[in-house]
Design a protein around this ligand. Structure first.
Ligand SMILES: *Cc1c(COP(=O)(O)O)cnc(C)c1O
Length: 409
């Protein structure tokens, strides 16, 4: 594979190869990402520009991060205002922005409390810790095991890479933490067989994102929800990629009419500012007492000013509903323009998280898209993943679909 193709094959998950950017300049960075030979230096709305002045239509959004497009006005104003006032204080003090951001999140979800951190992996780490501590300290039953699903992705820390149902993220990192079991998605018998007296929680993405944009069947979600209630297990939903309006609801579990005990956010939560959050129901609050968990940078005045402005924008401007509508338009356009295409087997997803499943590796499609000014990302080797901004227009969708239709052949 050429460096370009190697780079094009990468996503959050398949980032590791030794090709440096462009293959020529020596880099002082660890080669943990096979970088595309493009340096993006400016962004506005759905568009990005590289250092050579080339313009790109952004249908990946930093991997579901810049859900409001690049430099969204309200969020930028909130950030600049906060930069003038106060950057950082310890969590040993009250942080008004943090309180306000948490209240906004609990007012707009089934959760009752929020813990702020700095990334998705940290949010899932907090969820795993909370689930274990709830069973061990509040209920006193000593349970610790977390069941997750094959093809899932939950992060890169030792606990979250262990929670991840894909071997490739674990290679060479042993010994891994104990207490995780994996079952195939949609396999009820395997799930029941995996549950024991030591099971603390089931952790799941409502749409497996890195795993190939695979929405979970409603019947399976309802089955898990029922199982959790009957067996005293906590349901943890990883909303890190699916959250913040991406799938057409503020949180993707809303599609299923369920209320998880715990859910996690990051990516779209800060519109590009690094921030994560773990949210839980009231019963779980006593499990985290003062000193039991913490984070120096979790929920700083700056981070939570950004969260506040982001949530206010998504909720106030009804952008989840908008994502559902334009997502349907995008889906329909793809179905029409790619109908009868011999490379495409399925188009699946929810809202503005869409996967085009192909019969062959999609690295060349992604590289060719970049040449024609369209940025998309893979989800596994054979799936082209589309993650445009929630503010994407019909015209931008038409432009992207036309480019894709001309190169997926
Ligand atoms: C990206 C992602 C994570 C990890 O988030 P980081 O911020 O990279 O630590 C976890 N779960 C899902 C579903 C993700 O998409």
């Amino acid at each position: 594979m050429s460096d370009l193709n190697k780079a094009a094959a990468s996503s959050v998950l398949d980032g590791a190869s030794n090709s440096a950017a462009g293959g020529s300049n020596a880099s002082s960075l660890f080669p943990t990402y096979a970088r595309y030979p493009i340096a993006l230096v400016k962004g506005e709305g759905s568009y990005l520009w590289d250092d050579k002045g080339n313009k790109y239509l952004d249908f990946m959004c930093g991997l579901a991060v810049t859900n409001l497009g690049h430099s969204p006005k309200k969020v930028k104003e909130a950030l600049v205002k906060q930069l003038d006032e106060l950057w950082h204080v310890s969590n040993l003090f009250h942080i008004p922005n943090q309180e306000a951001a948490a209240k906004l999140l609990t007012d707009n979800s089934s959760a009752d409390a929020v813990f702020f951190c700095n990334s998705g992996a940290e949010a899932n780490e907090a969820a795993i810790k909370l689930a274990r501590r709830y069973h061990q300290k509040v209920l006193g039953n000593g349970r610790s095991e977390i069941i997750t699903f094959e093809q899932s992705f939950h992060g890169r820390t030792l606990a979250t890479l262990t929670a991840t149902g894909q071997e490739k993220v674990k290679e060479g990192f042993g010994p891994l933490p104990e207490g995780f079991r994996y079952v195939p998605l949609h396999d009820k018998a395997a799930l029941e067989a995996a549950i024991s007296d030591n099971t603390a929680a089931i952790m799941i993405e409502m749409v497996q994102a890195e795993g190939g944009v695979i929405p979970v069947d409603p019947a399976f979600v309802h089955y898990i929800n029922k199982l959790c209630k009957e067996r005293g297990l906590l349901l943890i939903v990883d909303e890190i990629q699916t959250g913040m309006g991406r799938t057409g609801k503020l949180f993707s579990f809303e599609h299923y009419g369920i209320e998880p005990d715990i859910f996690t956010l990051a990516k779209g939560l800060g519109s590009g500012f690094p921030v994560g959050a773990m949210l839980a129901k009231a019963e779980l609050i006593p499990a985290f007492t003062a000193g039991s968990h913490g984070s120096t940078f979790g929920g700083t005045p700056i981070a939570t000013a950004v969260v506040k402005a982001t949530v206010e924008t998504i909720v106030g401007d009804r952008l989840s509903e908008r994502a559902a509508e334009v997502g349907e338009y995008l889906h329909k356009q793809l179905q029409e323009k790619l109908a009868g295409n011999s490379v495409v087997t399925t188009i699946r997803g929810k809202g503005l998280m869409i996967g085009i499943v192909c019969t062959k590796p999609v690295a060349d499609i992604i590289a060719e898209g970049q040449k024609r000014g369209l940025l998309v990302v893979s989800a596994g080797p054979n799936v082209v993943r589309l993650l445009p901004s929630l503010l994407v227009t019909h015209a931008e969708i038409d432009q992207a679909v036309n480019i894709l239709a001309s190169i997926i052949v």
